[in-house]
Write a protein that binds this ligand. Sequence first.
Ligand code: NAD
Length: 419
Amino acid sequence: MRPSQLRNLGITRLLRATEGMGSNGPVPKANLLPVTGPQVKVLIIGAGNINFGSEEGPWNHSQRLERKLGTRLKVIGLVDPAVARAQAVLEAKSLTFAAPAYSSTEIYASVQAAVSGLSSEPPDVIILGSPPAFRGTTDASKGFDTEVQLSSGFPSSALFVEKPVSTGLVEEVRLVADLLETRKGNLVSVGYMLRYSAAVRKMKEIIKENELNVMMTSARYIMAYEASRKLAWWDKRIDGGPIVEQATHFCDLSRYFGGEVDLDSVMAHSLEWYEKPGHLSKIQVNELQIPEDERIPRFTSATWKYESGALGHLEHGVSLQGSDFNTELAVYADGYLLKLVDPYNRPTLYVRRPGSDSEEVHAFHDDDPFLSEMSSFIDMATTGKAEVPILSSYADAVRTYEMTWAIRWASEKTRRLRT
Ligand SMILES: NC(=O)c1ccc[n+]([C@@H]2O[C@H](COP(=O)([O-])OP(=O)(O)OC[C@H]3O[C@@H](n4cnc5c(N)ncnc54)[C@H](O)[C@@H]3O)[C@@H](O)[C@H]2O)c1
């Protein structure tokens, strides 16, 4: 029985598990096998969770580098002002099968120290995973001009930058983008890994194949706050607040499907910590340490127009306990609903098409977008080509950054004052 017949019988849930299959065959996969060739010298910046893993989620760039490069990986430097943390992660690596890749890693307390220490042996690849408050500006006075320092010191190294690109002034981040664009020496990729997920690529494929015009995107990102123990995350002065720091992934995906956002159209409301429904009973940090004006909202709801005329909607919440987040992105077009559910843990895509009221279900449970993202970056950096190209440039990521600030400002403008 063909899929269309099943669909007509209203039992399209049986269509499950055409994992990664497009209607014309498989969605192109990044090259995930270790590649052969010469050593690849890597400089890692930040000895924290994104680069070395944590219990909070599946991220761990060093592990993806090990999988992608195998014995070719040579980590020549690790930058972290918390030198003891850098020592601890290297010690942990020395007990793993990947130990040879880290056998001669030098620890540097600053990017500046790494630039001078490695001037005669520049890295092929740099992974920039320090907190965003320490990068994304041209301000040399505090040393937060990290990209400028790296691009001057290592003019031809490929640079992977974590999201968000900064927590600083939007104007400053634009200057960094202009500089990277003008110099052109550094290949740059930004860590919006969901763009590389098989489910997202399948959604893109359906839109392209059917020449759809997106009418609306609707994103929902409800985090489980109980495991969130970093004070910085709860303090808007440091991490920028949950829209800039976290919902940025879904703002980016919304832009990926909806196109450029008319920033003047952004409207938003928030539920604040001081409003009765904003009380959280299982918060693990002492919020009293954070000035009242800098505490984060519990819910934010935003709408906007895309330049195309389409509508966008985001709901972000800090309300679930336990550990799994509840996340979903729906994309609407004439006759179509593409609904991506739980892209972090068990990505599932529900597709409703013209001619039927029921949904196809596509499961992508073995997909690792972090690995696909790193694969594309490494392939581009080492060979100049990749099966899946780099999907997030610095300039593009700056536009996502602008959008997240537009939402934060709009919600702060309309929030109900404390009584
Ligand atoms: N793509 C994702 O899903 C994802 C997941 C987690 C984190 N991130 C991003 O990764 C970045 C880092 O987050 P994290 O969770 O690893 O933070 P973290 O606090 O666990 O680690 C950051 C590390 O950077 C170090 N550091 C501080 N200042 C530095 C500087 N100037 N130079 C070098 N290192 C410095 C800190 O000492 C710390 O060890 C953030 O931008 C975050 O949003 C992305």
